[in-house]
Design a protein around this ligand. Structure first.
Ligand code: SF4
Ligand code: SF4
Length: 191
């Protein structure tokens, strides 16, 4: 008799657990059914990259002192710093500088450690090309001002999901000046 009661009790517990898991699964399904689809109509719409996004590197030739710190801190010694020693001025003279974005892992070390801040990460991420050798940017290509999603008149910029106001799950038709969720990095640093 006791064994039979235990079997009934185990069965009831198992049934309850199964019903609970099915309920949890359905709650996720129903939650998603209430949301509108989030589709970015690329390339007419583009997401605004988050602050501190690590995109294509920008280089300022005139500020570079050819110290080669960027090469030493790069995990793959990638930047090519081509310089000559100027005997009259008694200092290095930069001739050519390049970074191959086909190899770069966008870790940001070179930007972090450059003593003259002549390197910076931009929010440019559209680097696709048919020939990977075209990704080897010389100092002219690196010096080009980056494109910005928010400054392109042909593009509708959309806020990334993480930066939408609380409770809003869709970046289209956002009311103007709607507050973003979370703090800006500078606010966090001040705290
Ligand atoms: S660390 Fe900066 S200043 Fe030094 S070589 Fe690299 S880019 Fe130029
Ligand atoms: S971002 Fe990283 S991998 Fe790319 S050049 Fe700079 S240090 Fe090297």
């Amino acid at each position: 008799m006791f064994k039979f009661l235990k079997q009934v009790s185990d069965y009831a517990l198992g049934t309850w657990a199964a019903a609970k898991y099915i309920g949890q699964g359905f709650s996720v399904t129903f939650d998603h059914m209430r949301r509108r689809p989030i589709t970015v109509q690329y390339p007419y719409e583009k997401l605004i990259p988050s602050e501190r996004f690590r995109g294509r590197i920008h280089f300022e030739f005139d500020k570079c002192i050819a110290c080669e710190v960027c090469v030493r801190v790069c995990p793959i010694n990638l930047p090519v710093v081509d310089w000559e020693y100027n005997k009259e001025a008694k200092k290095k003279e930069l001739k050519h500088y390049s970074i191959d974005f086909g190899v770069c892992i966008f870790c940001g070390n070179c930007v972090e450690y450059c003593p003259t801040n002549c390197l910076s990460m931009t929010e440019e991420y559209e680097l696709a090309t048919y020939d990977r050798h075209e990704l080897n940017y010389d100092n002219v290509a690196l010096g080009r001002l980056p494109t910005k999603v928010t400054q392109d008149p042909m593009v509708t910029p959309l806020r990334e999901l993480a930066y939408l106001p609380k409770g809003i799950m869709e970046p289209h038709d956002l009311p103007k000046n709607s507050p973003r969720a979370g703090s800006f990095p500078e606010d966090l640093v001040e705290k």
